[in-house]
Ligand binder design. Structure first.
Ligand code: HEM
Ligand code: HEM
Length: 169
């Protein structure tokens, strides 16, 4: 690889990375709060009755596909632009744990969206079961991630949250 093609070492997340992170948070919240119509439509489809298609069903599909696209976009930015180094004073174990959870959040977001799409567009029940299981796993990891963010904010007070608020060029 040419030296000028190496990923840029960033001092912080860019405006775009921060915007995509918070759009992800909003869309995930929507998917977990407003999924009743999607569940009903799926059950109707399984029972062979008419699909109660509604704006809420369409919103679940579009928000899910948007989350899929944004996850890939963020992963590309992660590789091309890199991410800021871990805050000073963090142990190797904590750095590894943070990297593992961040990686798993990307992978699970993709897996939840893909399993939902396969269930919906392919009418495949196993994919719907996977969708249900994976979304629970995603929720657990989000819980861990948010707990870690709060721990940094209120216990360690190391300004980590600022990294997802103030963009660095
Ligand atoms: C990361 C993106 C997504 C998240 C977080 C998500 C989340 C959820 C949640 C929380 C449920 C309710 C499950 C339950 O009843 O316990 C659900 C159901 C469902 N979702 Fe998604 N979803 C996503 C993407 C998609 C996409 C892209 C599609 C289709 C194109 C889709 C299709 C479905 C279907 C068919 C159901 C009903 C399955 C069932 O109740 O067993 N989802 N989703
Ligand atoms: C209120 C909820 C949330 C808060 C307060 C929060 C906070 C943060 C903070 C402060 C960082 C920066 C960590 C660092 O610089 O080392 C971060 C990174 C990250 N967050 Fe969140 N987050 C939230 C929800 C979510 C959700 C719902 C997802 C995805 C499903 C997510 C995925 C990620 C990922 C993948 C990174 C790593 C970015 C990278 O380095 O590529 N976050 N979050």
């Amino acid at each position: 690889m040419r030296p000028d093609a190496a990923p840029q070492i960033s001092t912080g997340y860019s405006r775009l990375q921060i915007a995509l992170h918070w759009v992800t948070v909003g869309l995930i919240l929507w998917q977990f709060v407003a999924n009743e119509a999607m569940g009903q439509a799926w059950r109707a489809f399984r029972q062979g009755t008419e699909l109660p298609l509604s704006a809420l069903v369409a919103a679940h599909v579009f928000a899910g596909l948007a989350l899929l696209a944004i996850a890939f976009w963020r992963m590309i930015l992660r590789v091309t632009r890199n991410a800021p180094p871990a805050p000073a004073g963090q142990t190797a174990a904590l750095r590894a744990a943070a990297a593992a959870v961040h990686g798993a959040l990307y992978i699970l977001t993709v897996a939840v969206a893909v399993s939902g799409a396969v269930a919906w567009f392919g009418g495949i029940a196993t994919a719907a079961e996977a969708h249900e299981f994976l979304k629970t796993l995603l929720l657990v990891l989000i819980g861990l991630h948010v707990a870690a963010a709060l721990w940094h904010q209120f216990w360690l007070r190391d300004g980590l949250m600022e990294r997802m608020r103030r963009p660095q060029a």
